[in-house]
Design a protein around this ligand. Structure first.
Ligand SMILES: [Zn+2]
Length: 311
């Protein structure tokens, strides 16, 4: 895990090696590796959390991911602690490792309900597919204040003839003739039942017959009596989607979490050349040329440390 992370960043460091004037990490290898491994373990945990999203959040129609790569540059991490503390131990920076991790990564998990409406044209004689039907009559239980009155189209409803579509989201237009179970119905009425997944409400002349209908799935056809026109069919479906977004703000010292932390910590940034007793750490592609580091007696040449980290 560590070597994989280092190999990608060592390429970057090698590519700009001439600009690295010289630096070292005064901390022990053990503390450096412990710090790096702790960070990598947090990243592995985050990766697992995202990979297990569908088992920890079951039951969605769709899962949508926009996930940045989970990785960091170990040199940026270790250099940050070195710049801040000089010689540091893992115990000393343990809590801060988690703070930086939380600044580097933002995970958002959102539930989104999308109403998807699709319109297609169906020719006369063709199937509308399987539709869900319910039953109603003209009583006050079924029709409330409209009980006993005419349908939405103005005509009075008749059994084996009148069907209704949802008023807000009509499956087919008013007046469409539909054949189901060998009976030709006409859309003459409207109701509010699309939210129950019902396409047609079938009219009966008694409440007991309407109740007996329950919910039935029938195949529906556009009747020949519609003439030669095509009929526009509108289907509405609610998609329940889990949206997972992971943003990696990166440990780039110029713009990322570490840079902000360094600024907050009052660490000086310099763009000059080396001076006696002071070593500058130059960051690969970073526009900020150098981090001023006051090196202690334990300093070793940077290339030694690079080798040991790469090995
Ligand atoms: Zn009724």
């Amino acid at each position: 895990m560590l070597s994989a992370g280092l190999s990608s960043c060592s390429a970057m460091i090698e590519g700009t090696s001439s600009s690295i004037i010289g630096s070292t990490y005064p901390s022990t290898d053990e503390d450096i590796y412990e710090t790096e491994n702790a960070y990598a373990a947090l990243e592995a945990g985050l990766n697992r959390q995202i990979n297990n999203m569908e088992s920890t959040h079951p039951g969605y129609d769709e899962y949508w991911y926009q996930v940045d790569e989970i990785s960091h540059n170990p040199y940026h991490l270790i250099s940050y602690f070195t710049a801040k503390y000089g010689e540091f131990t893992y115990e000393q920076v343990k809590d801060e490792v988690e703070d930086i991790f939380r600044e580097q990564y933002s995970l958002y998990v959102d539930e989104v309900n999308d109403t998807v409406t699709e319109t297609k044209t169906v020719r006369v004689g063709e199937s509308l597919g399987q539709v869900v039907t319910s039953g109603y009559c003209n009583c006050s239980i079924c029709c409330g204040v409209w009980s006993g009155g005419p349908t939405a189209s103005g005509v009075y409803p008749t059994a084996n003839h009148t069907i209704a579509v949802d008023a807000a989201s009509p499956f087919v237009p008013m007046g469409t003739k539909v054949v189901m179970n060998g009976v030709e119905y006409v859309v003459e009425d409207t109701g509010a039942f699309a939210r129950y997944g019902v396409q047609f409400d079938v009219y009966y002349d008694s409440h007991s017959a309407a109740s007996a209908h329950g919910h039935q799935t029938w195949e529906a056809f556009i009747a020949d009596d519609n003439g030669n026109q095509e009929v526009e069919v509108t289907t509405t479906e609610v998609i329940n989607r889990l949206e997972v977004t992971l943003m990696n703000h990166n440990l780039m010292p110029s713009c990322g979490a570490v840079w902000m932390k360094m600024r907050k910590s009052g660490i000086t940034f310099t763009t000059g050349l080396t001076a006696t007793g002071i070593t500058y750490l130059t960051w690969g592609a970073c526009p900020v040329a150098a981090v001023r580091m006051d090196m202690g007696m334990k300093s070793r040449p940077r290339h030694c440390r690079m080798k040991s980290l790469q090995g």
